[in-house]
Ligand binder design. Structure first.
Ligand code: GRF
Length: 197
């Protein structure tokens, strides 16, 4: 299976996928990594793995709709069987969701539907939860709202800072993402969004 990964940051989730897909037994390969900005660690990690990269910066386009179309074209050019948003910090718009017909999944560092959005870890910590976790879900037109594919709980310690909790969650998130991607790709390439188990 041909996987395109979208990222915005350091790319440790991407790295987990690059490491897993490097194993001959893993049923998929990362064919390209896309970001919404240049100069992020995810791009360096992709290059180090010999994987194609592209960057589609919002400010390079007249408006969000034009950016959405440009991102769609850049992703579609790699003929993905699966798109993985791994720390991609932009909402995928209508052009993307209609233009990309293969499954699109996202990973979120909280137990959705609790604490969606760009600050899930901070919000959970501020709320005082004792258990948080990681979620992998299908992307739909909302923010962190698509059908849930996998979740795993992660304990919150009283002394946790946002960074400490996020790093603990990311350990689980990386394992959850790699396992979910393998299951999806083994599940058959001709699936359209939404009819997955
Ligand atoms: C992950 O926890 C992801 O869920 C969140 O941001 C983090 C990205 O981490 N949106 P990295 O860039 O993969 O290290």
């Amino acid at each position: 299976g041909r996987i395109v990964v979208l990222a915005s940051g350091t790319g440790t989730l991407l790295q987990a996928l690059l490491d897993a897909t490097a194993e001959p037994a893993y049923p998929a390969g990362v064919v390209a990594v896309g970001t919404d900005r240049a100069g992020v660690g995810a791009l360096d990690r992709a290059r180090a793995a010999g994987v194609d990269t592209f960057s589609v910066a919002v400010r390079a386009y007249a408006d969000r709709a034009a950016w959405d179309v440009a991102l769609t074209e850049a992703v579609a050019a790699h003929r993905p069987d699966l798109v993985v948003s791994a720390g991609f910090m932009k909402i995928l718009g209508p052009a993307f969701l209609s233009g990309i017909t293969c499954p699109v999944i996202n990973t979120h560092p909280a137990l959705l539907p609790s604490f969606p959005g760009a600050h899930g870890v901070r919000d959970a910590l501020a709320y005082g939860v004792k258990i948080s976790g990681a979620t992998v879900h299908l992307v739909d037109s909302g923010v962190d709202t698509g059908p849930i594919l996998a979740q795993e709980a992660v304990p919150v310690l009283p002394s946790d800072t946002e960074t400490e909790l996020h790093e603990r969650i990311k350990i689980t998130e990386r394992r959850l993402l790699v396992g979910t991607v393998a299951a999806l790709v083994r599940g058959g390439r001709d699936r359209t969004r939404g009819d997955l188990p």
